[in-house]
Design a protein around this ligand. Structure first.
Ligand code: CA
Length: 226
């Protein structure tokens, strides 16, 4: 059960989206343009935003940028063109998932569920992994460098936590998707996009070198010195 903000200017699509989500037990609010979307996001603090890209007033990209400037709220972008997904990943704006139109309601609901679960405070597995100055705290769903929290999206955190499960071990992209983004039919290059953002954020805290790209094998977090 979550509060979902549906941002969609096509009233028929918006209405059916709300219907599906409500049928699945979620609460919904709806915005028909970008400006209203930001007002509602600010006022109602939803758990998730379903964001159409082609919007009047302020387009979806601007809305996503504005949301990301102030929060790590999960955002699923709804696009009309598959190629747009590549462009978006390239821009590194940090959407949590992408759905292309037309979509089957079941697919969409599965994505919603998957993204929400990534952000949910699940039962703690192992509480925290420390890698040099970096702490990956699964209990608090938070990563910190020298005790300072890093602002990560739920997907970025899930990927970091998956890598932190086995410091020093290179993980292939498929493995990362499997562990961090199950139920998503995320493409391998989506992982690259998320990890690019993750590395930039680690870099803002001076520890980008902890996340290594392993040619031909994927990614790994440097193992702590014994
Ligand atoms: Ca539209």
């Amino acid at each position: 059960m979550a509060r979902v903000l549906v941002v969609e200017d096509d009233r028929d699509i918006a209405e059916s989206l709300e219907l599906f989500l409500r049928h699945d037990g979620h609460h919904t609010k709806r915005a028909h343009d970008g400006r209203r979307a930001l007002e509602l996001e600010h006022a109602t603090q939803p758990d998730l935003v379903l964001l159409d890209l082609g919007l009047p007033e302020l387009d979806g990209l601007e809305v996503l940028k504005a949301i990301r400037a102030r929060s790590d709220l999960p955002v699923i972008v709804v696009t009309a063109r598959r190629e747009e997904v590549d462009e978006l990943i390239g821009l590194g704006l940090g959407a949590d998932d992408y759905v292309t139109k037309p979509f089957a309601p079941r697919t969409l609901l599965a994505r919603v569920k998957a993204v929400l679960r990534r952000g949910a405070h699940a039962a703690p597995v192992t509480e925290a992994t420390t890698i040099g100055p970096l702490v990956v705290d699964r209990y608090r769903v938070e990563a910190r460098v020298d005790d300072e929290p890093i602002a990560l999206t739920p997907t970025e955190f899930a990927l970091l936590a998956a890598l932190a499960d086995a410091p020093g071990k290179a993980m292939r992209r498929e493995e990362l998707i499997e562990r961090a983004m199950p139920d998503s039919d995320a493409l391998e290059r989506t992982v690259d996009g998320h990890l690019k953002n993750l590395r930039r954020k680690l870099g803002d805290h001076g520890v980008e070198h902890l996340l290594e790209t392993v040619r031909g094998s994927g990614y790994r977090l440097r193992a702590p010195r014994p």
